[in-house]
Design a protein around this ligand. Structure first.
Ligand SMILES: Nc1ncnc2c1ncn2[C@@H]1O[C@H](COP(=O)(O)OP(=O)(O)O)[C@@H](O)[C@H]1O
Ligand SMILES: [Mg+2]
Length: 368
């Protein structure tokens, strides 16, 4: 094998942090300087060579070449791609499919991503907090993970993750920002914070389609969808665009919350989406005295799970650090990974992973 192809082989495992695909396969390796006496230099193109992108790429490239025993002394040069180079990367990404012919990637049987709709009967039960922290826990396990913030009226994912940059546009697609290993697309990127979003059914339907089709999701293992609370238009659209998406229901231990959450299960059944599990949040608070206080009552999650015949996947305690983390954009799974609450999210992520994808049964039911 020639030295150059050894270098390319080693570099194939390196993912561009923003595009989340192989730098070799995406055509981002622009030059390789001859390997001599354990030395090599590599030139890489980037859409947006920010400082963190440079640091991540330099580290990953150096590591990959050292691990492959190609060279120890690695020089990495990162340049911004010019317009023609950008167009070429776009062509590779789209694989020749013209814009009008693109479809929802998650509807393709060859796509391995599991699409997890995180639902709740009402707002404020911790749906977004659960979405963010499970996503991070899955990413930490080495999965490729993204979040689609479909809570159009109450979008909060970018803030919770501390995302300040916008999606990059490349020709007619959007490339989501990535934080803590999780790519995110949110309505929040497209409307101002103070702007009220009044979207009717058809507009919502169209917006969701754009989020699914015109966004570069890469080859995901998991797409978590933060659904708007309650039942309605977005759930119906999701069932049409991604018929194999899975439904998870977040509830508090309160009996009343549990009854509201049941309606979500009824809606899922109506649109033929499988409910896979229940997640109970704010289950208890551990006081300074070490005692557990069940502030919102007990048993709501287990009762709901039993009623709809799915497992209760886990319980997350009420901890002030979780709220603070959400407010300052530093999720608890990142800020305090060893804490009880962070561990609860890891347990949940593992439980979701262990469920595996739902087998698909053909159904005669059609929703129009
Ligand atoms: N387990 C928890 N402990 C403490 N605060 C929590 C917990 N779960 C959620 N919160 C806080 O409660 C509020 C609502 O949570 P959020 O995730 O935004 O709910 P939803 O998306 O269902 O509206 C947020 O301020 C969040 O930080
Ligand atoms: Mg929310």
């Amino acid at each position: 094998m020639s030295q150059d192809s050894k270098v390319l082989d080693a570099l194939r495992t390196v993912r561009e942090p923003r595009l989340r695909g192989s730098i070799v396969d995406l055509g981002l390796v622009k030059g390789v300087g001859g390997v001599k006496r354990g030395r090599v230099s590599v030139r890489i193109g980037s859409l947006e060579p920010t400082l963190p992108t440079r640091a991540q790429l330099t580290h990953a490239v150096t590591q990959a070449l050292r691990d492959a025993g190609v060279a120890d002394d690695v020089r990495v040069e990162i340049d911004e791609l010019g317009p023609d180079e950008q167009r070429a990367v776009y062509d590779v990404m789209m694989g020749g499919t013209p814009a009008g012919a693109r479809t929802v990637p998650f509807d393709d049987p060859g796509n391995r991503a599991r699409v997890l709709g995180i639902n709740s009967g009402k707002g404020g039960v911790g749906k977004s907090s659960v979405t963010v922290n499970i996503a991070i826990a899955l990413a930490r396990r080495g999965h490729q993970v993204a979040i689609l913030d479909a809570d159009v009226y109450g979008f909060s994912i970018p803030k919770m993750l501390g995302i300040e940059e916008d999606p990059i546009s490349l020709e007619d697609i959007m490339i989501p920002p990535v934080r803590h290993g999780v790519a995110v697309i949110s309505t929040g990127f497209f409307v101002g914070d103070e702007q009220a979003v009044i979207w009717r059914g058809p507009m919502l339907h169209k917006a969701l389609q754009q989020f699914l089709v015109d966004v570069w999701w890469g080859d995901l293992d998991y797409l978590l969808v933060d659904m708007p609370p309650g039942t309605g238009d977005v759930a119906l659209s999701m069932s049409q665009y991604v018929p194999r998406s899975e439904v998870y229901i977040v509830t508090t231990p309160q009996a009343a919350a549990q009854r509201v959450a049941q309606r979500t299960a009824a809606m899922a059944a109506k649109v033929n989406l499988p409910v896979r599990g229940v997640i109970e949040n704010m289950s208890w608070f551990t006081g300074d005295d070490g005692k557990r206080y069940e502030i919102f009552g007990r048993g709501g999650g287990a009762e709901l799970a039993e009623r709809i015949g799915v497992p209760l996947l886990g319980q997350v305690p009420l901890v002030p650090a979780l709220r603070e983390g959400g407010d300052i954009g530093l999720p608890i799974t990142v800020a305090e990974p060893d804490s009880e609450a962070a561990q609860a999210f890891v347990t949940l992520a593992d439980a979701v992973h262990a469920l595996g994808p739902k087998r698909i049964y053909k159904s005669a039911l059609k929703i129009n």
